[in-house]
Design a binder for this molecule. Sequence first.
Ligand SMILES: [Zn+2]
Length: 148
Amino acid sequence: MTDPALPRDEYAFNPHADTCPMHEATVIASVVDAVLTELKKYNVKKVHTVTLTIGDLTQLGTEQMEFAYEVLTKDTVLEGSKLAVEPEHIVLSCKRCGYKGPARTIDFGDSTEHNIPVLSCPQCGGEVEVVAGQACCVKNMDIETGDD
Ligand SMILES: [Zn+2]
């Protein structure tokens, strides 16, 4: 059995999926920390874009993350750079019928931003394994280096 939460690269973070309203700021703080540490290895002139892959299951709001990023990168080499968020959609794999695909969601029909995903098979109701949708990592950094 594979662990779906296994980090895929060295910049992976544990998002601690909870309902704290400042959740995005907490995640972005560790992202900014890790990126700044990584950037010390290079002679960085300017950072253009930091791209994150964020799984739907993390329930992180893009706008909140962009706001937190802007605040937390102030007076760092990352100030003025852009935070790009690439969503990773949920993919489930059913152990019983072999279904592989998106999760069914509970739609509350109001203005809430996120529907709640159901982590059981939409076809047979069986137990599923989460194949994708839990990512929370830095995918790419677009930086400019210089010698002066
Ligand atoms: Zn199934």
